[in-house]
Design a protein around this ligand. Structure first.
Ligand code: ZN
Length: 117
């Protein structure tokens, strides 16, 4: 297998980084800013995965009471996740059309539904 390697520059410290064409040099560099960036990216990716798991098409695997949300709702939730992960909000509670509540914190996403009896 042939692996393509490119020479890229870390935008934080200017160091040359050898990496594949689809690799972000900020994820490879070991300078303090790049390490902080990578950690924040990892948290964001985990939150994106949680969002997909809890609200996407397979959310009924998590709970039979969950209903997959529309693309528009998903994109709105994603925006809130990005802004909250970036520190703009400390916590966000969003009530969805099915009555479930999405709680977004700096490093976590949750979905709760109250079943009326
Ligand atoms: Zn760097």
């Amino acid at each position: 297998m042939e692996v393509e390697i490119e020479e890229k520059v870390c935008p934080f410290c200017g160091q040359l980084i050898m990496c594949g064409p689809d690799v972000d040099p900020r994820r490879r560099c070991r300078c303090a800013d790049a390490v902080r960036f990578s950690a924040a990216q990892e948290i964001l990716e985990d939150m994106e995965n949680a969002l997909e798991e809890l609200f996407g098409n397979n959310c009924t695997d998590v709970s039979k009471s969950f209903v997959p949300v529309s693309r528009n709702e998903m994109s709105g939730l994603y925006t809130v996740v990005v802004l909250t992960a970036a520190g703009l909000f400390t916590r966000a509670n969003i009530t969805l059309h099915d009555g479930s509540v999405c709680t977004v914190k700096k490093d976590s996403v949750n979905r709760k539904i109250t079943i009326q009896r």
